[in-house]
Design a protein around this ligand. Sequence first.
Ligand code: PMV
Ligand code: MG
Length: 358
Amino acid sequence: MIEASAPGKLYLAGEYAVVEAGYPAVIIAVNQYLFVQLEQAEAGSVYSTQQPELEVLWSRLGNQICAESSNPYRLIISSMQVVEDYVRAVGVAADGLYRLEIRSDLDDEQSGIKYGLGSSGAVTVAVVKVLLAYYRQEVTPMLVYKLAVLAQLKIGMVGSFGDLAASSFGGMVAYYSVDRHWLKTEMASLSILELTVQDWKDLAIQELELPAGLDVLVGWTGTAASTDQLVTSIQAQLNQEEKDAVHRRFLQENRICLEQLIHACQEDDGRRVREAIALNRQQLQDLSVGMGMVIETPSLLRLSQLAVKEGAVAKSSGAGGGDCGICIVDSPAQKERIARAWEGAGIVPLPLAIAYRE
Ligand code: PMV
Ligand code: MG
């Protein structure tokens, strides 16, 4: 039996801007994981402990993996297909059958509600990793990231793929998003091997660390949000001149802010990290007002206010509209005070830390 895992993620800054090619975000991997076990079997199947009554069977038609048409594991099947295409291209036979079992700690155990820690990114990354290991390939973070992106693009998933970078690399990353339109065109003409070895347009992933003495504290609002809906609602408004101008200004200011944040991390400058986070929060608030949408819900607003009251900085994380907020604290005592204040306001402090790659 082979097992692989992938950490969940949270955006520290740069969300929404990073959807545009080449714009940066800073994202952390968190120490809550999704696990995939692979066992050789008589028949191919996929099973998730979240749907214990369901075992989806798959088989191969030539080199194509086929599963029952209406199953919830399209992303998993796509990830399997991409890795099998890749290993065949490097000369490995991919013809055995196996059973994948998925177990996730990224959702609330009792209610099944998603915390918004990137379970679809983590499942993609974990499936890519377990299959690369099964086919005895070296599992490097960049290869895992690229194969995971290809698996998601093939089934038309939207977004920046920043979650895939964080789950593949672990720790904290500065992620400059790949130009997905360019990548789609390349996918039509290049082999999978060529795609994985060449540099991708606009993509850069740099490993970062929080300045010494700083720590993150994550609060869960208790409500799940749909990233796809929020991102789509922005994209849909860009044909309106006024909204397009708001968005363009947001992108410009965001890049400057994110570059300051990234430099501050590289220079171990905690004060400038805190300034950049506070500024990025303001930029997201301005974007949401300008676009007529809600990123910082009342609960996320409260989360930030309570953190600010204790002298920390905080903001919504990711698409907002629910899910989690993230706070940068500068002492264990401050962290504790904010966690207590959140609890008093119905915000759940999650016991998360940055998960560095082993
Ligand atoms: O809400 P999350 O954690 O899934 O983050 C979404 C971040 C966006 O920039 C809004 C979308 C994306 O794909 O990057
Ligand atoms: Mg979210």
